[in-house]
Ligand binder design. Sequence first.
Ligand code: HPA
Length: 272
Amino acid sequence: MLTLLENLQETVSYIKEQGVKEIDFALILGSGLGELADEIEEAIKIPYQTIPHFPVSTVVGHAGQLVYGTLAGKKVLAMQGRFHYYEGYAIDTVVYPVRVIATLKAHSIIVTNASGGVNTNFVPGDLMLITDQINNMGVNPLIGTNFDELGPRFPDMSQAFDQAYQEVTKCVAAKMNLALKEGVYMGGTGPTYETPAEIRFARTVGADAVGMSTVPEVIVAVHSGLRVLGISCITNLAAGMQKTLNHEEVIETTERVKSEFKTLLKETLRML
Ligand code: HPA
């Protein structure tokens, strides 16, 4: 059996053979934001199913390809579609693309997602700059053998989200007249939405938003030495704060705010 390092070399060789050269920023495009990848100029598209050792995404509405090219003057590699733990992937499969991104020598990663608002000052449609995260998945993608070539055994998570990138994003939001919220993202496994009691718990422990992704990817990004920027779209109020929750509302809200979200991302990318 090949080791992780050997798999990564094979994956990266294939991606480079497709014409991917230097990368500044990798982008993980969450629910509703996938079409940002359609704006990448001189795009090279690599379907996940063609990439050695790459998982294939199962979620409807996630196209499942890497898109490389230029966006807002930066060389980007976008993941159009991500892998969720609730889909049944092993946690190291969920984060494999982030390992690939780091092995391709991107220096930074921008992660986006949809989440439920826990902070009572949030309304659906708000965009939230992620300042920190809480791992409530009960699993950590770094458990197991540590490859020192990839990162340290005990990574420091004190500054998981890059402070300078946050400042730039806030400036861009202010210029756009956008009331960008800020807060802590707590990731659970899903696929159930939380119970109202779990949301009271989340608020008590300091979460401002809850979702089902991002946390493992950010852990591996930090382990790999990538600078991280995270932005979340608050698609609904969390359980107990509105009558019922459903996936349709999540989709509707991402559709409603996606042009604003895309502008915020592109203009931030331009300034970074
Ligand atoms: N909970 C968890 N994940 C989510 C939510 C939520 O309320 N909204 C969008 N993704």
